[in-house]
Design a protein around this ligand. Structure first.
Ligand code: ME8
Length: 520
């Protein structure tokens, strides 16, 4: 039984349609999940929608809808996006699902049993219209003595009964965790932020609300629903079978298990502070690592609905292609840093790497074989240059695997594209077309080397551009069960040749993309 690997994205608020930031997170996580499956791991990959809380209730009210109806509609768009982007998740969780309510209540009861919950009062400036509390320092002055929220709505000093979680008791245990597992929070910049925050002291956390009812009911406490972050974080346990399915928990959420949460930098505190504290309180295993990726900016600017620069990932996929978009996002942005996207950048990256380098390499090699050898696979007879090229490809595969294991997809892709460039340099130096008349045996040896190299490159890059890599491997006759990293560098080519496989005229994989006038 391979060692299980659990990986999750954040669950998105379905208070609007998905944007490119959501697409980015789920694509990166998908590439890692696909990679781990290729490594033979038993992967559980979960994504989904975070449907409770004030934000959802307000968004629904603004549309004159019930929160549930809004969640039904919008989570549908998130699912559609995942299908379109070729996301290989094992579960799409919706926090409105019954098993999730059960899990959240079970976690609550476990924290309560540990003596970490107490009933207190949550006090603050409250706006009924916004249904939100504000800090004193956020308020503005209205007429007379009236204080207003930053939205300009009246606020009143309000006291609400609330359950609290004794977060203050976990400061030292959290610091011990970060110190004993320096890679628990990644990248290091986020780890440092969190360390400073926790060292500064932790206040207890208000974890229930009575002012609205769109949430998971607090067990045994009429009128209280859980603060949305308590139930949201619990989604990870729900998907792993908590609390009923001990077998599933043992597999995907166990002590010492390989559990990765991929999230954006804005919510690292919830995942790296609150979440482990909840789990410690409930005496449950902790995740292995929290990776806080950066934000995607539109031409360097923050996306916002009011500026009107929020990109629709479906539109980008329709226009440029799914694999082109996946490749762009994963190669352009160093995972962990902020990154910028624009139509020009997507077109430039896709044309240079996919169309002109890899696509062209595959296309010219395969069509040459299909045409000049009638599809018969060429006979290898390696010289030094051939062996060297295959060693280069093999080393790239090793570097690729190391980088993907380290959650560094852009580094992995860099290793891959360098090997693609090496193949292009080889083809130019060996000039097989010129050998056709002068030395047909040498021509075959060169083409055989390229065939092996191209298939290996396609195998390598599957997690990033799964549909195109699959289409190419299909065309090349590489059997579905011979597409793992362990195949690279073996004698699969000789076997394929021996099987009498005949290559047909290849279909181009990556069209050259064009910019529209509107992109200027
Ligand atoms: O935070 N670039 O939901 P959400 C990259 N429901 N990533 C971005 C981004 C951008 N411009 N904007 C947002 C929530 N994200 C909670 C999570 S998890 C138990 C609950 C990322 O819909 C963001 O950082 O606001 C988060 O990881 C994810 O998208 C969902 O954001």
């Amino acid at each position: 039984m391979p060692r299980p690997y659990t990986i999750t994205t954040a669950i998105s608020y379905p208070n609007g349609r998905p944007h490119i930031g959501h697409a980015y997170e789920v694509i990166a996580t998908d590439a890692i999940a696909r990679f781990q499956r290729m490594m033979g791991r038993d992967v559980f990959f979960q994504t989904g929608t975070d449907e409770h809380g004030l934000k959802m209730a307000q968004a629904a009210r603004a549309r004159n809808m019930e929160p549930r109806a809004l969640a039904d509609e919008m989570s549908g768009y998130f699912k559609e996006m995942n299908d379109r982007l070729n996301i290989s998740h094992d579960r799409f969780i919706r926090t409105s699902e019954p098993d999730h309510h059960r899990a959240s209540q079970a976690l609550w009861q476990a924290m309560e049993a540990n003596g970490d919950l107490y009933l207190g009062r949550y006090e603050g400036w409250y706006s009924v219209r916004d249904e939100a509390f504000y800090d004193e320092k956020e308020l503005v002055s209205g007429e007379g003595d009236q204080k207003l929220s930053p939205q300009g709505t009246p606020v009143e000093w309000t006291v609400e009964e609330s359950w609290f979680f004794r977060l203050s008791a976990y400061q030292q245990r959290l610091l011990d965790l970060y110190n004993s597992q320096p890679d628990f929070i990644q990248p290091d910049s986020r780890r440092n932020e969190i360390m400073r925050f926790v060292e500064g002291g932790l206040s207890d956390l208000s974890i229930s609300r009575t002012s609205f009812d769109w949430g998971v009911k607090v067990p045994g406490s009429e009128g209280h629903v859980m603060y949305v972050w308590v139930d949201a974080l619990t989604n990870y346990l729900t998907g792993c079978g908590y609390p009923d399915d001990a077998g599933r928990m043992a597999r995907y959420w166990s002590e010492g298990g390989d559990i990765t949460h991929v999230i954006g930098k804005d919510i690292v505190r919830f995942h790296a502070v609150y979440w482990p504290a909840f789990l410690m309180s409930a005496k449950l295993p902790l995740p292995r690592r929290i990776f806080g990726h950066g934000f995607l900016l539109n031409r360097g600017e923050k996306m916002s609905k009011s500026v009107g620069n929020v990109a629709d990932p479906m539109e980008l996929a329709d226009r440029f292609g799914v694999d082109q978009l996946r490749y762009f996002l994963l190669s352009e942005v160093t995972f962990g840093n902020d990154g910028s996207y624009s139509a020009e950048a997507i077109v430039a990256r896709s044309n240079s790497d996919l169309a002109n380098s890899f696509g062209n390499l595959a296309q010219r090699t395969l069509s040459f074989i299909a045409k000049n050898l009638d599809g018969r696979l060429p006979q290898p007879k390696p010289q030094d240059a051939d062996t060297e090229l295959l060693v280069t490809v093999r080393q790239a595969a090793t570097a690729f695997q190391q980088a993907m294991s380290d959650l560094a997809p852009s580094v992995a892709i860099e290793a891959w594209i360098r090997a693609v460039f090496a193949c292009n340099a080889y083809i130019d130096a060996q000039a097989p077309w010129a050998l056709r008349k002068t030395d047909p045996a040498r021509m075959e040896a060169v083409l055989a080397t390229l065939y092996d190299a191209i298939a290996s490159l396609a195998i390598m890059i599957q997690p990033v551009i799964p549909a195109s890599a699959t289409a190419l491997l299909d065309q090349m006759g590489v059997a579905a069960d011979r597409r793992g990293y362990d195949v690279i560098g073996t004698d699969w080519y000789t076997q394929l040749r021996g099987s009498g496989f005949a290559l047909s005229a290849p279909k181009p994989l990556f069209p050259r993309l064009e910019l529209a006038e509107a992109d200027a």
